[in-house]
Design a protein around this ligand. Structure first.
Ligand SMILES: *Cc1c(COP(=O)(O)O)cnc(C)c1O
Length: 283
């Protein structure tokens, strides 16, 4: 007999038609970013978690990171969590510029040992992240009492605990924020992960004398774009950061030299050849 660790195919096969219909509806309505389906999910998932609100973000890691940012956690701060978790819990703390401070787990529940938390609190501590490991919730009453006493936030890492309960209260509903993951292998998994293959959304080349180059191409009937003419640190909204011209020499050089050639799935081979010919002529 073979027993796979997990069998995602067996999970989605019985509901495959429903999934296909739902995906088709999303495509038909072009609801690719945000929109009614995400809003419905956010409403339903909030109700499932006994919460008033839920917000869809990119991943469980991002949820933890954004929760900490929203609570004002930043450089120099400390956040208490456990060493026995997926590394994303600690990464989210590091992404904020803060430092993870580890507290050991309780050998009975394998979640944070609440009796050890106060010994780890310093003047820099801002928050506690209990991890509801393997689907079992941490000792939330004690954790919330400690947090209240010391003025700390509590962010529940509920990435493995969709639907888990503590004294009939849902995972994610007890702390200031609860974070969930929909990685394919989680309790409620979604489809897919991507992260490194160039897809040429923009086909940009670098030329030394851009305005002259673009004028020649334009005369030949080839329209180009620039992505992007002004690096962000030179734009009005961010001059307050105090980064003068010359702070980022490579980005600034690229901003002067990048030219985006025509790029679209319907570009014909003849058009590609014509553009290449015009580019060579201009150079
Ligand atoms: C999976 C997991 C995360 C990260 O979730 P992603 O969606 O993969 O970013 C964070 N914490 C714990 C405990 C997890 O199991």
């Amino acid at each position: 007999m073979k027993v796979p660790f997990m069998n995602l195919r067996a999970l989605h096969e019985p509901i495959n038609d429903d999934i296909q219909d739902a995906i088709k509806e999303v495509i038909d309505r072009c609801a690719f970013a945000g929109g009614p389906f995400v809003e419905t999910f956010e409403r339903q998932f909030a109700a499932f978690c006994q919460c008033k609100y839920s917000v869809g973000v990119g991943s469980g890691t991002e949820a933890l990171w954004m929760a900490l940012l929203a609570l004002g956690v930043g450089a120099g701060d400390e956040v208490i969590t456990v060493p026995n978790t997926f590394i994303a819990t600690a990464e989210a703390i590091s992404f904020c510029g803060a430092t993870p401070v580890f507290v050991d787990i309780d050998e009975h529940s394998y979640t944070i040992d609440s009796g050890l938390i106060e010994g780890a609190i310093t003047s820099r501590t801002r928050a506690i992240i209990p991890v509801h490991l393997f689907g079992q919730m941490a000792d939330m009453d004690s954790i919330m009492a400690i947090a209240k006493k010391h003025g700390l936030f509590v962010v529940e890492d509920a990435c493995q605990a969709h639907g888990a309960e503590y004294k009939q209260r849902a995972a994610g509903s007890i702390g200031d924020v609860g974070c969930f993951s929909f990685y394919p292998g989680k309790n409620l998994g979604a489809f897919g992960e991507a992260h490194n293959q160039h897809v040429y959304h923009i086909y940009s080349v670098r030329v030394p004398n851009r305005s002259k180059f673009m004028a020649i191409l334009e005369r030949g009937g080839v329209s180009c774009g620039i992505h992007y003419p002004f690096p962000v640190h030179t734009q009005k909204a961010y001059v307050g950061l105090g980064k003068v011209q010359g702070s980022f020499p490579v980005a600034e050089k690229c901003a002067r030299e990048f030219v985006s050639l025509p790029m679209c799935p319907k570009l014909s081979v003849e058009q590609v050849e014509y553009v290449s010919h015009q580019v060579r002529g201009a150079l």
